[in-house]
Write a protein that binds this ligand. Structure first.
Ligand code: ADP
Ligand code: GLC
Length: 480
């Protein structure tokens, strides 16, 4: 099965969140199943710089509405074939991939990701200049949402899958964008790409794709409700016969405490001693009091309303009085960043906050913390709670989305049957989080129960195998 996997980020070349991890690991897993998956990503400076060599495969000139572009072929470090969409006018710039240095969305994002969508559609269509012809186009998030729309209006195109990683980001632009991006006027309709008078990239994708997927079974249900449908619940409910929730896996070689080079000492289920060395290292590096006994809580996250950092900051003074320590790593919302830093200044030795994106530190936190905090308001899948279980760092999570599908709450029954792997709280309040943390601390201090909760998580299979097979089945069903 030839699959074109279109994405706006892919690890390790360019990453702002979990989409990059999935775009790296899922194609590998699918290729192991025998599918010929190739990734298409924009040629940001980070991507071009990271590639050792590339070859020009095709030119795209004179596409209505878009500047000229080229397609390079290369490979990702793990050997997955890569297409790079080179268009310096749109992608070669300093700053973030979605936003400028000050955190403002690039004014031409519609054009930038319209081009990505358009080129993917051309590659999946009857007039592709590329010899390799995909049988399925797999789109990811709003940045690729127009691909299904362009393909719908181009007879003879391959079928496409639209994967939702986060419904909160929809790519909504003013109505004149429809003409600017040369979308057929008839697509600008409530039964189409129109969303309350504007053009929605994601809605277009969800409406025109042959199949819609999202990244956990629970999130697939939640997005059909008003609470978490972000205005698209009606459309998603209508499409629910072709909507699948497939839990993400993790890259088990990248996230493996037995081999992880970011750790100061490796460890595994048979030999846990190394975990403590990472805790002491983390405490030392973060300027926390070095203390093997005190429970250390970690958090690694984009700082957005979604992730619930606000309630962590709210309970932090009580948390450290238990006593406990807290280490925070993340970036995003400016107020959240300065609140986290202010907290660390107020409680030196007990709270540490690093603002920024730091892969190595994120691995060390997964390994060195005793427990991992992930109180997301909503979470399509979430990867960190899986990483933390693999690293013997039980997560404390809100009962939502993929967190519910990947963590087993610790109670008498789940402890007895060897499934307990973390702690779940139901109501999204600071108070409920605090109660859940107290419950977790009781188990932490229970020398019989705690090692089991750790090992249960470490022994879980979070690999991609099963989920990749489900994507393959969808491709099969679309291509007959
Ligand atoms: P989301 O995609 O919503 O941000 P996920 O849990 O799916 O959430 O994935 C987040 C990914 O990004 C994880 O691999 C996590 O370790 C990483 N990450 C997030 N923030 C940072 C950061 N500040 N530094 C390093 N890695 C980060
Ligand atoms: C999104 C979601 C996250 C998910 C990731 C990868 O960023 O917020 O929950 O794990 O995509 O699918």
């Amino acid at each position: 099965m030839r699959v074109l996997f279109v994405t706006s980020e892919v690890a390790p070349l360019i990453k702002t969140g979990g989409l990059a991890d999935v775009s790296a690991a899922l194609p590998i897993a699918l290729r192991r199943l025998g599918d010929d998956v190739r990734v298409l990503v924009p040629g940001y400076p980070q991507v071009l710089k990271a590639l050792e060599s590339f070859k020009i495969e095709a030119y795209f000139s004179g596409i209505a509405g878009f500047p000229d572009a080229r397609l390079f072929t290369s490979t990702l470090p793990d050997g997955v074939p890569l297409w790079v969409l080179d268009c310096p006018a749109l992608f070669q710039r300093n700053g973030g991939i979605y936003q400028d240095e000050t955190g403002i969305d690039w004014a031409d994002n519609a054009l930038r990701f319209g081009l990505l969508s358009k080129v993917a559609a051309i590659m999946g269509g009857p007039e592709s200049p590329v010899d390799w012809k995909p049988q399925v186009v797999h789109c990811n998030d709003w940045q690729t949402g127009l691909t299904p729309a362009y393909m719908h209006f181009s007879p003879g195109s391959a079928p496409c899958v639209m994967a939702i990683h986060n419904l909160a980001f929809q790519g909504v632009f003013p109505p004149q964008t429809v003409a600017e991006l040369a979308l057929p006027a008839e697509s600008f309709h409530p039964h189409g790409a129109e969303y309350y008078g504007n053009l929605s990239f994601l809605k277009a994708g969800l409406y025109y794709a042959n199949h819609v997927t999202t990244v956990s079974p629970t999130y697939a249900e939640e997005i059909q409700t008003e609470a978490l449908g972000f205005g698209l619940q009606g459309l998603l409910k209508n499409r629910n016969k072709s909507l699948s929730g497939i839990l993400n896996g993790i890259d088990a070689s990248e996230w493996n405490p037995a081999t992880d080079t970011a750790l100061v000492q490796n460890y595994d289920v048979k030999n846990m001693a190394g975990k403590l060395a990472n805790k002491l290292e983390l405490q030392q590096r973060m300027g926390l009091k070095v203390d093997a006994e005190v429970p250390l809580f970690g958090l690694v996250s984009r700082f957005t309303h979604q992730k619930g950092l606000d309630i962590v900051l709210e309970i932090a003074p009580q948390l450290i009085s238990f006593p406990a320590q807290l280490v925070l790593l993340g970036s995003g919302d400016a107020t959240m960043q300065s609140n986290a830093q202010a907290l660390a200044r107020k409680y030196p030795g007990q709270v540490a906050a690093v603002v920024g994106f730091d892969e190595v530190l994120s691995h060390l936190i997964e390994a060195g913390a005793d427990m991992f905090l992930m109180p997301s308001r909503f979470e399509p899948c979430g990867l960190n709670q899986m990483y933390s279980q693999r690293y013997g760092t039980p997560p404390i999570v809100h009962a939502t989305g993929g967190l519910l599908d990947s963590v087993v709450d610790c109670n008498k029954v789940s402890l007895a049957n060897g499934l307990a792997s973390g702690f779940i709280f139901n109501k999204m309040t600071a108070h409920e989080l605090l109660i859940c943390i107290q419950r977790a601390l009781q188990i932490y201090h229970d020398k019989n129960a705690w090692p089991n909760v750790r090992l249960n998580g470490m022994n879980k299979d979070f690999g991609w195998q099963k989920s990749a097979a489900k994507y393959h089945e969808i491709y099969e069903s679309l291509t007959g």
